[in-house]
Design a protein around this ligand. Structure first.
Ligand SMILES: O=C(O)[C@H](O)[C@@H](O)[C@H](O)[C@H](O)COP(=O)(O)O
Length: 301
């Protein structure tokens, strides 16, 4: 009888993708979506992005979308396919990067090149609305130049800001999860995690190659309207368990420091990535009907 009940509870957790997850050591909350495999995650992520994009375009005629590097860029492929592709007003999109490596934009290590090959070359976003981080072979100059560019786009009202805080408010930031808990190019136990004023920082000694990088700062990420983490595959299982279920020492897990100030933090993960989570302890998770995945995306006017 007891076993049957447990099986039933498990089933409820496994098959419902919507849970309101509360971080272990504070009031900050995130919505957690769990799916069977990468295909399902990619399709749900595409629908989520469509919904956020259409809403932003309806409200202010633009959508500001911030990309990461890493394996998750491939998960954007459903945006460039079928009815989803046709439901997006691509000419209203502005694309940014949360981090970049100091290599030429056509180099194999470039996050811009990865995004171009996997996604941007398949969708009609006007070239001048793709705001790559130009690197000049010097991470300090590049970080400074990108922050100036973002500030100029705030003045031109392409990017909004929060009135009380002086940080850009991007509509959507997409983040990958590093095996050591890093996010963007913000690595564990580094002074860059404590930055409070700057929007973009140079990184000179990244433990993940290449060592020279440029990254948005935590307050810049946390000021966004929607931040989505994507964790795929069993290689992310242990770090996902640490980030979601174990309070960490300050600075030791940058991903745990992503706490969206006044917006939505959402996790998308597959079975492999969630295999070390103790979902049976998530019984307090409430159903959170943030949006209905089954609704067809509407074309915005
Ligand atoms: O430029 C980068 O290196 C990234 O922006 C970085 O933060 C990445 O998203 C994670 O390291 C996850 O990468 P994988 O998904 O490839 O493990």
């Amino acid at each position: 009888m007891q076993k049957k009940k447990e099986e039933k509870d498990d089933e409820k957790i496994d098959h419902s993708p919507r849970h309101l997850f509360q971080y272990p050591d504070g009031p900050s909350q995130a919505t957690f979506f769990r799916f069977d495999d990468v295909e399902e995650v990619s399709s749900a992520l595409a629908e989520y992005i469509v919904q956020v994009s259409n809403e932003a375009i309806k409200q202010r005629g633009k959508f500001t979308f911030v990309l990461s590097g890493g394996s998750i860029v491939k998960a954007l492929r459903f945006l460039a396919e079928g009815p989803v592709f046709h439901s997006i007003a691509w000419d209203k999109w502005h694309v940014f990067w949360v981090d970049e490596r100091v290599v030429p934009l056509n180099h194999e290590d470039s996050n811009y090149k990865l995004a171009k090959d996997e996604f941007l070359s398949k969708v009609p976003i006007p070239h001048e609305q793709i705001h790559a981080i130009q690197n000049f072979h010097d991470e300090k100059a590049a970080a400074h130049a990108y922050e100036s560019k973002l500030r100029e786009l705030v003045r031109k009202k392409v990017i909004t800001t929060k009135t009380a805080k002086k940080f850009p408010r991007f509509d959507f930031v997409l983040l990958g999860l590093g095996p050591d808990g890093h996010v963007a190019s913000l690595f564990p136990n580094r002074p860059s995690l404590a930055e409070e004023k700057l929007w973009v920082l140079p990184i000179s000694n990244s433990p993940k190659p290449p060592s020279k990088r440029i990254t948005m700062t935590l307050p810049c990420i946390n000021a966004a309207e929607h931040v989505a983490f994507v964790a795929l595959g069993s290689g992310k299982a242990h770090v996902l368990h640490r980030v979601l279920e174990r309070p960490a020492l300050p600075g030791s897990l940058p991903a745990q420091m992503v706490r969206v100030d006044d917006g939505n933090l959402v996790w998308f993960a597959d079975q492999g990535a969630t295999s070390e989570l103790h979902l049976e302890n998530w019984n307090n998770a409430k159903q959170f009907p943030f949006f209905d995945f089954k609704q067809p995306a509407s074309v915005s006017s």
